[in-house]
Design a protein around this ligand. Sequence first.
Ligand code: GAF
Length: 376
Amino acid sequence: MRGAEAFRTAFGRDPEGLWHAPGRVNLIGEHTDYNGGFVLPFAVPWGVTAAAARRDDDTVRLLSLQAADGSAHVERISAYDQAEGWTRYVVGVFWALRRAGHPVRGADLVIDGDVPRGAGLSSSAALEVSVALALNDLYELGLGGLDLALLAQKAENDFVGMPCGIMDQAASALGKEGHALFMDCRSLATRAVPLDLAAEGFQVLIIDTGVHHELADGQYARRRQDCENAAKRLGVESLRDVTDLAAALAALEGDERRRTQHVVTENHRVEAVIGLLRAGALPEIGALLNASHLSLRDQYEVSCAELDVAVEAAVRGGARGARMTGGGFGGSAIALVAADRLDRVREEVARSYAERGWAPPRFLPATPAPGARRLA
Ligand code: GAF
């Protein structure tokens, strides 16, 4: 395997093993995880593979096969504050494990990833979880998938400084082939929900807009803050606890009102999607995907023109439903498409982009892939 070869060349010894963790796409349940709500993501067939071996000092040596300039380079990190750029996601995992009292020393690591760049498919969670899994095995920590996801989230929250919820790391660590992962983000209970798209003659088509609006940085934290303020005003622990939406909306105004409307209705949409999937009514979830998008666009205000055009064109082209997926402000949309409509949907989206003079979007068929695992 490529990573093992590169490891031998870079470090002059064999890796002790190879560990893979996937990226994710979220079917529905957006911006609900940090509100104690429900999510339904699945692991995608692309991810990060870490080839790793222990060291008997505290140094971390890192080689990425996807360095920005195309050439591989080795980063030597012996102190946490030396970590920069993408290396923070790796070093953050060492930091989180050690802070939690786990006996983790240094390691040599070669990172090889194929998550499409900038598509919003959680390459960072894949990176964190692959490294967490490698260290778990190498240092015999005995941690389970959920523990590793929580540690990876800690690394991202407290070391990298991105206040994300648990969805991405959980999907990467706990995903199951042919299944979506339902998670109650308050109790952290999970359930694998069968999602055999091909058997039903459908595909979840990822439409990668190719854009990421930098101006949006900081918006994620602001949305979280709006939700916390709204919950406080309503006297509940989190928006998950709102049971009377009309009364809640009457008590709120402005951003807090809109965010609350989204979060409460989105949780109900997740439950409705699960009910429909259980009933064998996959095509019927399309309407809920559409409603989720409108709510993210109008109430949560995290969409952008490229996502809106992708979603509208996909539906015009015959998709059963479509929505932006992930944090928003760029990244990807998903469309639920019957196999015999795929060409028309792709054409319609591509045409709508060309009409506006935008670079063509990328189309990626997504099937629920296995979660993090040891490869060798
Ligand atoms: C990002 C975050 F990392 C997730 O935790 C989640 O909040 C998502 O945005 C929105 O649903 O991917």
